[in-house]
Write a protein that binds this ligand. Structure first.
Ligand code: CA
Ligand code: CA
Length: 353
């Protein structure tokens, strides 16, 4: 091979490396109200104790992990033990994904599905609850869900760090696009959105449940596997099958929706691991109980002023590897407690006793 050909190849490789290192960010944590691989040849499933699960006994033993009762209907029992969360190969260093670290958690129940519009409507009907987006009178909506006319109207109400987010009057869980002619009646089985952390806490409390901690959420996401990117393994599309609702195409203007979902999909759409969890990655981000900065637990704050950030996990239907590769179990992001958006929802956890 001639010298100039070798140099050309080296330059291309270097360009690819730079592209990989300088990954643009999604700005999805900027929605603040206050301030405006390789496939593994053999997939081995491990229980938290480290005990490998024999292939022959997998279906029976893993089914044992899922308990159903009236109280814990549509919840999975996630076994307690030591889990490894985080990663030593962080994609977004500022998100503090690293390092991989052991955590010990007790057994707990976790909703198999994101909380749906239908479930949230039952909560509101029975309690008269008003969400924060309804109180504020607006919420953040993705540009692709708005008409040209509305986009022009709200051009000056975009998020500077993420211009595809519009702050739209009247957007709420009932009217996710802020359009009263497009309510949720045809998507009652889709995840509720435009709910703040405070709203999520209120719903879970009403159900006599709670939000999962980040460690619980991530341990459940990993489904008994260790050091895998996704709930099912390392391959984005095993056997060319879509495993979650994210973005295909060039963001934010070309939504190919090859996974079958242009925006949210039903909460029952994608089963992702042996714990019978659906859409734990993708579809909508999910609030967790944890503070983003631990020191916020002791910080002095005036009520309603500059509320702390809470950790959210799992990415959403707007995530694409090119700018928001956060649909991995280790990935994380944050929003203030009172924030809401059209791609942010939650699921609840419950103590065993
Ligand atoms: Ca999609
Ligand atoms: Ca999700």
């Amino acid at each position: 091979m001639e010298l100039h050909n070798v140099c050309l190849i080296v330059m291309i490789v270097q360009c690819l490396m730079v592209f990989e290192l300088v990954r643009p960010d999604c700005g999805c944590n900027k929605l603040k109200r206050q301030t405006e691989g390789q496939v593994q040849p053999t997939e081995q499933i491990l229980y938290p104790s480290g005990e490998p699960v024999e292939q022959e006994e997998k279906p029976e033993r893993l089914l044992d992990l899922v308990e159903h009762s009236k109280q814990f209907e549509q919840m999975s029992l996630i076994p307690g033990g030591e889990y490894i969360i985080g990663t030593n190969e962080p994609i977004f260093a500022k998100d503090r994904e690293a390092p991989a670290r052991p955590v010990t958690i007790g057994a707990f129940y976790l909703d198999q599905y994101e909380v749906s519009n239908g479930q949230f409507q039952e909560f509101v009907t029975q309690t008269g609850y008003t969400t924060e987006a309804e109180t504020f009178g607006d919420s953040f909506v993705f540009q692709g869900l708005l008409t040209e006319e509305v986009r022009k109207q709200y051009e000056d109400f975009r998020v500077a760090a993420a211009l595809w987010w519009y702050k739209v009057k009247g957007a709420s869980w009932r009217y996710p696009e802020g359009d009263k002619s497009r309510d949720i009646s045809k998507r009652m089985d889709h995840p509720v959105v435009h709910v703040s952390w405070n709203d999520a806490v209120a719903y879970c409390k009403w159900k006599r449940k709670r939000l999962p901690t980040e460690a619980e959420w991530e341990a459940a996401c990993r489904g008994g596997r260790k050091q895998k990117l996704f709930p099912w393994g390392n391959k984005l599309q095993p056997k060319d099958q879509h495993m979650m609702n994210i973005w295909q195409g060039t963001f934010p203007d070309n939504n190919l929706a090859e996974d079958g979902c242009e925006a949210t999909c039903p909460v029952t759409a994608f089963r992702q691991n042996p714990y019978e969890l659906y859409n734990i990655v993708g579809n909508v981000w999910e609030w967790t109980a944890d503070l983003w900065d631990a020191q916020d637990a002791t910080a002095e704050r005036k009520p309603g002023v500059d509320p702390p950030n809470r950790v959210k996990k799992g990415g959403s239907y707007l995530c694409h590897e090119s700018y928001c590769y956060r649909y991995r179990c280790a990935a994380r992001s944050q929003n203030t407690e009172d924030s809401s958006a059209g791609n942010l929802g939650f699921r609840c956890a419950a103590d065993v006793n």
